[in-house]
Design a protein around this ligand. Sequence first.
Ligand code: NDP
Length: 252
Amino acid sequence: MTTKIAIITGASRGLGKSAALKLAQQGVDVILTYHSKEIEAAAVVAEIEQLGQKAVALQLDVGNSQSFDTFALRVQETLAQKWQRTHFDFLVNNAGIGIHALISDTTEAQFDQLVNIQFKGVFFLTQKLLPLIVDHGRIVNVSTGLTRFALPGYAAYAAMKGAIEVFTRYLAKELGPRSIAVNVVAPGAIETDFGHGVVRDNAELNTFIASQTALGRVGLPDDIGGVIASLLNQDNGWINAQRIEASGGMFL
Ligand code: NDP
């Protein structure tokens, strides 16, 4: 069988990196993107190669939709040069940032930055890459537990992720004729650099979240990377248009 190729945005660290390594362990090759951390991205490429899979890191700003045509061309060139292929198999829309601000304090600039990165970027990047995804391919969009439960300070961020969940269902509907399944993974709070590493580094918040989580601790990147990789497993192709929360059971 031909080796599958996944594109994972924001895989220089955090959840994307974990997903990239888990997919490589499953025998999947990876095109990963980074925004600013080129050295970290190169290290992830090296780790994937050590696992016996091919990988390439490409720079991408998901907040700049004007750059997506050029990015799609680079993907095409990369597929041709590295794999002698015209299409890839899996798209994981993972890259993102968090901004913590109460509704009363949220600025238009913060709101626009979140829209551009978390929603508009995902919408149009997916649109531009659709011609390059194989029929029978898959898409996973990363949302958040915060679309189900509310914590003060995440209104704008969670609203954008809510939009991604709706977008996912529409993608699944429109891509059904191409046999492309589209799902959402909604992580609970995970210890990464996200939001200046607050979940990992703020002991009070970490303890609070653990106390509100059925499994009694905060999540780690591999708790999510494994879920994304298993969703893309051959056995899970009939799961479509679903929001799968991986939060250890937060706020039940
Ligand atoms: P990290 O901060 O650890 O990593 C973010 C990744 O996204 C990095 O690879 C970064 O690239 C990339 N990135 C950031 N901004 C941009 C941009 N403008 N364009 C392209 N890439 C960008 O975050 P996480 O791994 O924790 O988050 C990944 C996803 O998971 C996000 O969508 C987030 O909203 C979601 N999530 C996270 C949770 C958590 O608690 N950690 C909970 C629920 C959802 P670089 O390294 O080059 O800067």
